[in-house]
Design a protein around this ligand. Structure first.
Ligand SMILES: NC(=O)c1ccc[n+]([C@@H]2O[C@H](COP(=O)([O-])OP(=O)(O)OC[C@H]3O[C@@H](n4cnc5c(N)ncnc54)[C@H](O)[C@@H]3O)[C@@H](O)[C@H]2O)c1
Ligand SMILES: O=P(O)(O)OC[C@@H](O)[C@@H](O)[C@H](O)[C@H](O)CO
Length: 461
């Protein structure tokens, strides 16, 4: 069985490929993978120059003990770039061995492309991931329509990832005039599952890794011990991809929403909040942040008082996840830099914190609001990696604050209504962000955080 994998990033290499490799080695599966470069770069080519092999270094705390395992990934036997090898891609679509597609193209990849929609049958020119997948499926339909059900498993961290991708493919097919026969085949023979993944994959390990004695590995991936993959869709997937053959943490559920809320509101929201507040007070990593004597209590109170009450799952399930999250944050093997989590916060903050603020509504969420205020404070200086348009708009507002034309509270309100207005932030929340931002400006971020976390100055650093 062959998997077509759109994406060669660290996450898929330390998650899906790690599972496929273990299924082959430990459960007798025969899973081969072809890597497809989602954008026109040389990532796949460089991996294939190393034989399509790399090491996954898995380290963390599990069952109260330190665990460590190395897995050399050997299930990838081919790779291609649709931009430089369109014929190879079309040939891949004609391979009846292909029964599964996986993808991770970041939150930006599952998006409509008007340019691709206008290409008609000039398929080889497509640029977007949904465009490439539609081209792949059109070729499969035209040549091997009876090759068996194809399962599509996107892992991008957006709600309803599979359903959204399916809708984009249907729309692209319409734009290309592929006709009702294709749409009927698509509905019958291609199953898009919604999925939710969880594993912290910070990138390459801090120490050099060898593929074999004397053979350096240029592409090793460090992963934590924990992993989970929740799937919404038919269990028939297991007939072609036996994810149940090992002790993998893979679960079929009828509704992903409560699990997505749990993961995004606890792990990702706290990550984004601590990345902003921690950076503002000079803390470098996740592990340092949770053990910091001001940041740590603030994060704990934020979780217990403002996030946990918004979750729609049994209390013990929430408690188990949050306890595990704290252990994962403290993973002594991983130096997860706040700076990398801070990347693109203007989009991540609404996506990760927005629903919490909305659910809190009139009740307000002053602890959460501090995370947003800390990020706004950071925009005052240079050095953030984020959308240039957003940074330019916020910089313009800071200039008006400097000239006395705007208060910091007004700046907060304008940013939350404009560049970060993907969420209709409740008014009490906007006011809380504004007053934190003002206090950060006058007292400094550490003193302001100490006040909001209710940590006595004498007890703090
Ligand atoms: N690393 C983690 O801990 C982790 C865990 C769970 C989920 N994720 C999700 O994975 C994503 C990041 O992936 P990664 O950690 O492998 O990083 P990465 O930078 O190593 O890989 C990113 C991949 O996305 C592709 N890509 C980027 N923009 C694209 C676009 N506009 N269209 C198509 N493809 C595009 C790149 O070519 C590359 O293959 C994030 O969006 C995150 O939400 C990451
Ligand atoms: O990958 P990013 O940069 O979008 O976000 C950083 C982390 O919050 C994220 O990668 C988590 O580690 C991951 O979502 C855990 O499953």
């Amino acid at each position: 069985m062959r998997v077509v994998q759109f994406g060669e990033g660290v996450f898929l290499r330390g998650f899906a490929d790690w599972m496929f490799q273990r299924l082959n080695a430990e459960a007798g599966a025969d899973i081969r993978v072809t890597l497809v470069q989602p954008r026109n770069s040389d990532g796949v080519a460089r991996l294939m120059a190393q034989g399509g092999r790399w090491t996954v270094v898995q380290q963390g705390l599990h069952d109260g003990a330190e665990q460590s395992r190395r897995t050399v990934i050997e299930c990838v036997d081919s790779g291609l770039n649709t931009h430089t090898n369109p014929h190879g891609f079309a040939a891949l679509a004609r391979d009846p061995q292909v029964r599964v597609v996986v993808s991770n193209t970041t939150e930006a990849g599952i998006a409509w492309s008007e340019e691709d929609a206008g290409l008609g049958d000039r398929r080889a020119e497509v640029r977007s991931f949904p465009g490439k997948l539609t081209w792949f499926l059109a070729e499969r339909f035209a040549t091997i329509p009876a090759a068996g059900t194809l399962f599509v498993l996107p892992v991008e961290l957006i709600a309803d990832n599979g359903s959204t991708l399916a809708a984009l493919v249907r729309r692209m097919a319409d734009a290309w005039g592929l006709g009702p026969e294709f749409q009927a085949w698509l509905a019958d023979q291609v199953i898009f599952l919604d999925t939710l993944v969880d594993r912290i994959v910070p990138g390459r390990p801090s120490r050099p890794v060898e593929l074999a004695p004397g053979v350096p590995d240029a592409f090793p991936v460090q992963v934590e011990w924990f992993h989970s993959w929740y799937l919404r869709g038919p269990r028939e997937l297991l007939d072609v991809l036996p994810l149940d053959a090992l002790d993998l943490n893979v679960r079929f559920v009828s509704d992903l929403r409560p699990y997505r809320d749990l993961k995004v509101r606890v792990l990702n929201a706290l990550h984004s909040a601590m990345a902003a507040a921690g950076t503002a007070i000079g803390v470098e990593s996740v592990a340092e942040a949770v053990d910091h004597d001001v940041l740590g209590p603030w994060l704990r109170r934020l979780l217990d008082e403002e996030i946990a009450p918004t979750l729609d799952l049994p209390a013990d399930e929430v408690a188990d996840f949050t306890a595990a999250t704290w252990d994962r944050y403290r993973n002594p093997f991983i130096h997860h830099r706040l700076e990398s989590i801070l990347l693109n916060s203007s989009a991540k903050i609404p996506a990760r914190l927005g629903d919490i603020a909305l659910d809190r509504g009139e009740e307000g969420s002053p602890l959460l609001a501090f995370g947003v205020a800390a990020w706004l404070h950071l925009t005052r200086g240079a050095g953030l990696s984020d959308s240039p348009e957003v940074l330019a708009a916020v910089a313009g507002l800071w200039e008006r604050v400097a000239s006395g034309d705007l208060t910091v509270e007004e700046l907060a309100a304008r940013v939350l209504a404009g560049p970060m207005g993907a969420v209709a932030w409740p008014q009490p929340f906007v006011a809380e962000v504004g007053s934190h931002l003002a206090r950060i400006g006058t007292a400094g971020p550490l003193t302001a955080l100490r006040a909001v976390a209710a940590v006595e100055a004498t007890a703090a650093r």
